[in-house]
Design a protein around this ligand. Structure first.
Ligand SMILES: Nc1ncnc2c1ncn2[C@@H]1O[C@H](COP(=O)(O)OP(=O)(O)OP(=O)(O)O)[C@@H](O)[C@H]1O
Length: 303
């Protein structure tokens, strides 16, 4: 059974002077994440990836559709049930430095969750759990505890945030561009760590603009273009036999690892052939069509 399930999720923001205009950041997004599955959410800058992650984490409201976690509508959770949700679902974001307050020691992020989530666990037991969580993200407690953020590397801070998520015994991690800012060797370490966590049954929504990273780690890929899912399915199929011209454009630019996608890249995809209406009229269908088992593609005219 799917653990996380998005059903036609839409997000509209009010923008412009006095909020007079509406911007649809995400339109009808539908996909799932199962336990032990890594799903990559891939798209150019501004395609709505972070907005989806924020809605899953309840940091942004949903304008339409439903986000279900283990059969419960996430947007209806309140009070203790919402706290229970955050015990199972946590996010880690791009810039680890911005998550830490420079005036406090970094391990404060590990200590402060005890009173909120585990008031019955005593200090000695909590300290043991911290050591175990740090060791499972391959950090040596003696090297990282009692240090200020500026005394630790970006990779160590990022791992400490993952350890924080593990202390909560989460089932789903929303990882939003967590390795883009790390150097190449640390990036591989953190990817390997995510692979370990997945092997232990953690579901991961891995948000990235970088297809090569998405390919490396994920079981399934969801390709977002301007807020709309244009292609999704098993990573091997989406990457091995991309059917949407936008996915093809993204893939053809893979060697430029850290480049962010621009409007011009999107415009170029419109010249490509549509996998659904090959040679015929593109009708801007909003439904994705199955082209293979676990491989869905949208009409190339979709905006
Ligand atoms: N709070 C907000 N108010 C208004 N518009 C917003 C807000 N947050 C995001 N947007 C807009 O929604 C769209 C999607 O943004 P989002 O940050 O989700 O994209 P992204 O794919 O994560 O991009 P990036 O890779 O650059 O982080 C963009 O057009 C963005 O400008």
């Amino acid at each position: 059974m799917s653990m996380l399930s998005l059903e036609r999720v839409t997000k509209k923001y009010r923008v412009g002077a006095f909020g007079g205009r509406e911007l649809t950041a995400v339109r009808d997004a539908t996909f799932t994440v199962k336990p032990g599955e890594v799903v990559s959410l891939i798209g150019e800058s501004g395609s709505g990836k972070t907005t989806i992650g924020r809605m899953v984490l309840r940091l942004a409201s949903v304008s339409g559709g439903n986000i279900m976690f283990d059969g419960t509508d996430v947007s209806r959770l309140k009070g203790r049930r919402l706290a229970g949700y955050y015990k199972r679902v946590q996010g880690v974001f791009q810039d680890p430095f911005s998550t830490y307050n420079p005036i406090f020691k970094a391990d404060r992020v590990l200590h402060t969750i005890r009173p909120t989530f585990f008031p019955d666990v005593n200090a000695a037991e909590w300290r043991k759990r911290i050591d175990t969580a740090l060791e499972s993200v391959r950090l040596d407690p003696r090297q990282v505890l009692d240090k200020y953020p500026h005394q630790l590397s970006g990779g160590q801070l990022q791992r400490m945030l993952i350890a924080r998520a593990l202390l909560l015994d989460i089932k789903l991690l929303v990882a939003d561009e967590i390795i883009s800012m790390l150097d190449a060797s640390t990036r591989i370490d953190v990817l390997n760590l995510l692979a370990d966590l997945k092997a232990r049954g953690l579901g991961i929504l891995f948000i990235t603009h970088d297809l090569s990273l998405g390919h490396y780690i994920s079981d399934r890929a969801v390709i977002l273009r301007s807020g709309t899912v244009v292609e999704m399915g098993s990573t091997d199929k989406v990457f091995g036999n991309p059917r949407h011209p936008y996915t093809r454009t993204l893939l053809s630019s893979v060697p430029q690892m850290h480049r962010k996608w621009t409007r011009a890249d999107i415009a170029r995809t419109i010249d490509g052939r549509c996998a659904i209406h090959d040679g015929g009229d593109c009708a801007s269908d909003s439904e994705l069509v199955a082209v293979d088992d676990d491989h869905l593609v949208g009409c190339a005219a979709q905006k």
